[in-house]
Design a protein around this ligand. Sequence first.
Ligand SMILES: Cc1ncc(COP(=O)(O)O)c(C=O)c1O
Length: 416
Amino acid sequence: MLNDSFYYGDSALCCDGVPLSAIADAVGTPLYVYSAARVRHNVERLRRAFAPLGASIHYSLKANASLALVRLLRDAGLGMDAVSAGEIARALHAGVDPARIVFAGVGKTAAEIAFALDAGIGWFNVESRDELRLLDTLAGERGLRPQVALRLNPGIRAQTHEHIATGHLGAKFGLTAAEVSALLDERGAYPHLRVAGIHVHIGSQLGDVAETVAAVRAAQAVAAPYVDVRTLNIGGGFPVRYTEDDQVPAPDDFARALTPLLEGWRVLIEPGRALVADAGVLLVSVLYVKEQGGRRFIITDGSMTDLLRPALYGAVHEIVPLDHPAAERTPAVVTGPVCESADVLHRAALLPPLGAGDRLAVLTAGAYGMAMASNYNLRTRPPEVLVEGAGWRVIRRRETWDDLLRLEQDESAGRS
Ligand SMILES: Cc1ncc(COP(=O)(O)O)c(C=O)c1O
């Protein structure tokens, strides 16, 4: 969806006043472009919404861990939510205070836990009894006593795509209420841990505030007997509008519903998508146009390797031309060159007549876009540009074929 940062000015699509065609001319396509102003706007929007709860905001790095964006979000005063040691290392590299990092994830390895302990991160969100034991052992070996939140699986099936619903009992995530209670009862068995919080995250792109309220109530019910457990990490999942038709609750709606419940609680939130999704677009160029089976196919140089969400989740990202079309728009299937029928960027984009060389913007692509990009078909991952103030800069260059070879043992190298 277009917004205050991505809009048509004088008939050309702009990012904060910079024509996107100028960036595409200079850098080539496919290419991600992000708006620093939009990211900051989103931070302020969430901050304002959750101010009545005094919530501490931890950006969920999985949405987009581009170093420049992580630094921008750190400078905006956010902590970070990491789900791997790699993400913790990225946050530390960006200068994030380790005490402001929370570490979630259902399958942390011993090496990752050790790394996080040595880094001195703020909270471990623990998802199983075995993980709690391992964390206690590794903390004890180091003479540490880190803070732990137990991740509750509240048994709530969030109304979102099945791949990103995480709060129901068939999902791998978290501990049941009975397990959380049992672990809180036996906290004394883990002398090297301060088990002081509950974590609950029922999914991403959450469409129903009532489900989040129910999850929070479930977490409070479990914590109620333990007066020193008054920290609640309510996760992320705040949704964004991908199309004009999307009707989703705003951060304010979540905060308004939760504020009366959370008085006296220390609250953390872990938004990813809501901070960066509408701050990014993927620019692609048309390679070929053809009619097949009664459908118009627009084959572009961007693909599922650059933006996986349409293939993985059936996600709909609006696609618009960089030059505002005067002509009538008709439906087209926008695809990439990858050898998969799933390689679709849009199944029915409304687009004007197009030809080779025309350029398109895939909108609302800042979250789970570049973060999920791959080298499938030995495609190089796209570069990233950040528009800031009146200027722009490349924050990650395009990968090269040499980059793709870098980690391989080339056993024929040097042989004649
Ligand atoms: C534990 C946890 N926290 C936060 C998030 C961020 O979700 P979102 O990007 O929808 O805000 C996720 C993503 O699924 C997650 O698994």
